[in-house]
Write a protein that binds this ligand. Structure first.
Ligand SMILES: Nc1ncnc2c1ncn2[C@@H]1O[C@H](COP(=O)(O)OP(=O)(O)O)[C@@H](O)[C@H]1O
Ligand SMILES: [Mg+2]
Length: 242
């Protein structure tokens, strides 16, 4: 199992945000966590990523395992070096004053010595997102929202991680760019990248993923294959517009 989350409980101060989540992602899968605004999607990804982030909640119960090993006590720098997972965060967090190319280079911290890997992956990123190639010398802040989202995905790939988590990649994107983004993610999945994506846009997420979980106020209330979830009457009513 790539990722196993067991009874995960997190809080902000003394307000509990996740009340004991259980879910998993197998190697090679695309799994989605869908839920309305405030359901706990971002809290889940921030707790999983284990990188020190000021806005991250405190994990106070349960466990997070990658490849069968708990990562709760692993030092952040070790997680980066081990290339366990990469997060494409909400809001993207790219360096606006650096060029596209520089943002990609910066992400290769753990794999920089492997020049072949860096070159091959850079070529893959430019191949998936030709717009990034066209704009590789431009300052990143001049990119459109969709292009910045592409850059954030490219950066995750450059880390060498085979497990990528994305926080609402469809957010703020025009439909054309949104479908381009999901098509690119599908391509990556064929190249053995395992994907966990959280989405408010349940329709798009279930069209894209193999399996999903429904998150509601910090609890998983339904799970199944995308097909099963799409056929579920409660899911239809609450998340698929009837
Ligand atoms: N920094 C924070 N401080 C306090 N509460 C927070 C913080 N971030 C999120 N929350 C609360 O945690 C819950 C889950 O939020 P979040 O994980 O951001 O949901 P989603 O990403 O699904 O919209 C919400 O009730 C939200 O108000
Ligand atoms: Mg969120």
């Amino acid at each position: 199992m790539m990722l196993e989350v067991k009874d995960l409980k997190v809080r902000y101060g003394n307000i509990e945000a996740l009340h004991g989540l259980n879910f998993h992602v197998d190697r090679g899968e695309i799994v989605t966590l869908i839920g309305a605004n405030g359901a706990g999607k971002t809290s889940t990804l921030l707790s999983l990523s284990r990188l020190p982030q000021p806005e991250a909640p405190t994990v106070f119960g349960g466990d997070i395992l990658i490849d069968g090993e708990s990562i709760l006590k692993t030092e952040p720098h070790q997680l980066v070096e081990d290339q366990k997972m990469a997060l494409v965060p909400e809001g993207r967090h790219i360096f606006g004053n650096l060029s596209v190319r520089e943002n990609l280079d910066l992400a290769t911290y753990a794999v920089a010595k492997d020049v072949d890997f860096v070159n091959t992956t850079m070529a893959l990123v430019y191949d998936l997102f030709p717009r990034l190639y066209e704009r590789r010398k431009q300052r990143s802040e001049s990119l459109s929202g969709g292009e910045q989202q592409m850059l954030a995905v490219g950066r995750a790939l450059m880390t060498g991680c085979k497990f990528i988590m994305l926080d609402e990649p469809s957010m703020g994107l025009a439909p054309v760019l949104m479908y381009e983004m999901f098509r690119a993610l599908k391509e990556l999945n064929k190249k053995e990248i395992t994907i966990l994506v959280v989405e408010q846009n349940a329709k798009v997420a279930l069209d894209f993923a193999d399996r999903g979980y429904v998150l509601n106020t910090g609890e998983i209330i339904a799970e199944g294959s995308s097909e099963e979830l799409r056929a579920n009457k409660d899911v239809q009513k609450a998340y698929l517009g009837g």
